[in-house]
Design a protein around this ligand. Structure first.
Ligand SMILES: [Zn+2]
Length: 236
């Protein structure tokens, strides 16, 4: 989820009603894809890994530095290839405030991973669980094309609402049809490079996401596009 300060209060209201099922499902499924030596630990805390999948989004409402960790507006850079993939180099080359304003998800994935490694070294189970849940969240966010563009809710293309449609409503409706068991997890030797690969791939799909929604929108009557749904006993 990409937060906006204006919606802080609204966000707090919706937080209780929003299902957040996709993040939870992704974290839960990830546990089953882990190699045996890791899975045995993670299966003992799978409920926490699942429940805490949405903690990172919850923090956005109480911590202003949390928001930028969930996205990167790649369209705000003249040339994606000119962005240094390492945070220290990026800070040297570009203004840190500007970097933060445009989002830092690939760097955050690496930072959370490094913190997780430290937590394992110090055998801090509480921190291992929290950081693992957070890592699952940031990696999932990085896979959302709309998390890699400043037009994240279709506000520049008259497609307001596309964000929740894409990452919440559609998965909620079709999650049971998705094949989530994509094979066992592979070791990634260069996490920051891999995080950048993810956001580049996501960003390459932004046009498709916008174009497909536009085409679909035309094929439905207005009354068919928006409707009330009941979620956690609330009509929204
Ligand atoms: Zn998020």
């Amino acid at each position: 989820m990409k937060p906006s300060p204006i919606f802080l209060v609204l966000g707090l209201f919706f937080l209780s009603s929003w299902g957040f099922n996709p993040h939870k499902k992704i974290n839960q499924t990830a546990v089953f894809l882990l190699p045996t030596e890791l899975a045995s630990f993670y299966k003992t805390c799978i409920k926490q890994i699942t429940d805490k999948a949405v903690d990172a989004d919850k923090r956005c409402y109480i911590d202003t530095i949390e928001g930028p960790k969930h996205y990167i507006d790649l369209d705000q850079y003249e040339n994606i290839d000119s962005i240094p993939i390492h945070w220290s180099k990026a800070k040297e080359k570009l203004n840190e405030r500007k970097l933060l304003a445009q989002g830092i998800v690939p760097w955050q994935i690496n930072r959370t991973y490094q913190n997780l490694v430290q937590a394992f070294k110090s055998k801090d189970n509480k921190r291992i669980i929290q950081l693992s849940a957070d890592l699952g969240h940031y990696v999932a966010d990085a896979h959302v094309p709309l998390h890699t563009t400043s037009n994240y809710n279709g506000q520049y293309t008259n497609q307001i609402g596309i964000h929740a449609l894409w990452e919440t409503r559609i998965p909620e409706m079709y999650m049971t049809d998705y094949d989530l068991f994509i094979g066992s997890a592979q070791y990634i030797s260069d996490p920051v490079n891999f995080a950048w690969k993810i956001v580049r791939e996501s960003n390459a799909l932004v046009d498709s996401v916008l174009l497909i929604e536009k085409a679909l929108n035309k094929s439905f009557r207005d009354s068919e596009i928006k409707s009330y749904i009941e979620r956690n006993n609330q009509l929204i």
